[in-house]
Design a protein around this ligand. Structure first.
Ligand code: SAH
Length: 336
């Protein structure tokens, strides 16, 4: 690549936050859902989304310039295959995630990435004076937007996870930090004789009822609120932890795993679902997720060796790693 082309590519990367925020605003306004039934004019959409017509048009034409929308004659816009990914009914929908990422409180943490890089401290706490989980407790609207974003990944992730790993051999499966239960519901629905325990913070599991009922598994699933640093419920022979350990540093992660170790049945299995970092120069998604963990919750993504170290420090032996997609591997451990 010559110098001019390299500079142009670099400039695009540097300004990537502008593209990101424009997509997030469109997602917040529900533009993709409004276009689900076909093209509409910018003015029509502006009215439907209570937006300022000329500014809204400027948003749409910018998004069309990067292929998220298509601009036809007379300010008519339609969805491209990229933009269709923002529809709330898309199987791999990115819309709920975009609505979360665009929130000011979230961006503010990323604005202080420099602080994390210089000090090793969590940018979110530096900006907001409290950790992200406490912040969300104090801002229920943000908690809701976050929970929806996490749940929106579940259909695609559950399909990949169920294809990659056999959960049918477990009698009682517990999802530790299982959010509103969407993953657990998908696994239980697949295995009709299995029982489940959904465990998360009390204010999060409060919203689990409809999710479990929709999958017709509510009567086989106990819902328990609590704090995984103190204890997790006993009785399960498999403990699933999806996108949990990456939220925490090693010390806190070991504390969570020790809670699992105390509660897991002998002969049970720990199944951690997280990214496994790729060798140098590969795996951008997990490596940027790792920066996201540094800036927002104050955690990290890990290598295979790092997972083995966490397991060993908390009474588990890493027995198997199964790759189930870009940011999902199943890292299995046995109690020792
Ligand atoms: N496993 C879910 C949610 C991951 S987000 C999924 O992959 O979609 C991390 C989860 O950890 C959140 O639901 C959050 O409420 C939960 N969590 C954070 N601190 C916790 C604590 N101290 N005890 C129990 N759950 C906690």
């Amino acid at each position: 690549m010559d110098e001019k082309a390299a500079a142009s590519e670099l400039m695009q990367m540097v300004n990537g936050y502008q593209v990101s925020q424009a997509i997030c605003v469109a997602a917040t306004l529900g533009v993709a859902d409004h276009l689900a039934n076909g093209p509409r004019t910018s003015d029509d959409l502006a009215a439907a989304t209570s937006s300022h017509p000329q500014s809204f048009y400027r948003l749409l034409r910018a998004l069309a310039s990067v292929g998220v929308l298509h601009e036809g004659d007379a300010r008519q816009f339609s969805l491209t295959s990229l933009g269709a990914g923002l529809r709330s009914d898309a199987e791999h929908s990115v819309g709920a995630w975009a609505r979360m990422v665009g929130r000011a409180y979230y961006r503010d943490a990323w604005s202080e990435l420099l602080h994390s890089v210089r000090t090793g401290e969590n940018a979110f706490a530096h900006v907001h004076g409290t950790g992200v989980w406490q912040y969300r407790i104090e801002h229920p609207e943000e908690s809701l937007i976050f929970d929806r974003a996490m749940s929106s990944f579940v259909p695609a992730v559950a399909a990949a996870v169920l294809a990659a790993y056999d959960f049918s051999r477990f009698e009682i499966l517990m999802d530790v930090g299982g959010g509103q239960g969407a993953l657990l519901a998908a696994i239980l629905a697949r295995n009709p004789s299995q029982r489940g325990i959904l465990f998360d913070q009390p204010q999060v599991v409060e919203g689990a009822g409809p999710v479990l009922q929709a999958a017709s598994v509510a009567e086989r699933c106990q819902v328990i609120g609590g704090d995984f640093f103190r204890a997790v419920p006993e009785g399960a022979d498999a403990h699933v932890l999806k996108w949990i350990l990456h939220d925490w540093d090693d010390e806190r992660s070991i504390a969570i795993l020790k809670s699992c170790r105390r509660a897991i049945r002998p002969g049970g299995r720990l199944v951690v679902l997280d990214a496994v970092l790729a060798p140098p120069n590969e795996g951008a998604r997990a490596k940027f997720a790792d920066l996201n963990m540094l800036a927002v919750p104050g955690g990290q993504e890990r290598t295979e060796d790092e997972f083995a170290g966490l397991f060993a420090a908390s009474g588990f032996r890493l027995t198997n790693i199964v790759d189930a997609g870009p940011r999902i591997s199943l890292i299995e451990g046995k109690p020792i």
